[in-house]
Design a binder for this molecule. Structure first.
Ligand SMILES: [Zn+2]
Length: 91
């Protein structure tokens, strides 16, 4: 079992968290054609390597965090709050 280092709670077992999706993908639906939105929803890249993902600490603080995880080894490189000002600037 892998552990995720929650910024609020510290290291916790992965089973306390729920995967919430790709943190690299932001969909602004107003400016896109329906075909573009369909592509973003159903034809996403499946990268091999480090990947940013949203996780929800369901059995803990209930915060949403961004986890940087290696898709091949499942190594977790970092975890930070998704709602921090630092992450707002990246959108
Ligand atoms: Zn937590």
């Amino acid at each position: 079992m892998h552990q995720i280092n929650c910024p609020w709670c510290g290291p916790r077992d992965e089973n306390e968290f729920s995967y919430q999706g790709d943190a690299n993908c932001r969909i602004a639906t107003q400016s896109k054609a329906p075909e573009e939105i369909e592509d973003l929803l159903y034809f996403r890249p499946n990268p091999k390597g480090l990947h940013k993902e949203y996780w929800h600490h369901v059995s803990g603080c209930r915060q949403y965090i961004i986890v940087e995880r290696h898709t091949l080894t499942h190594e977790i490189r970092s975890a930070r709050l998704a709602r921090s000002p630092q992450n707002q600037e990246q959108s």
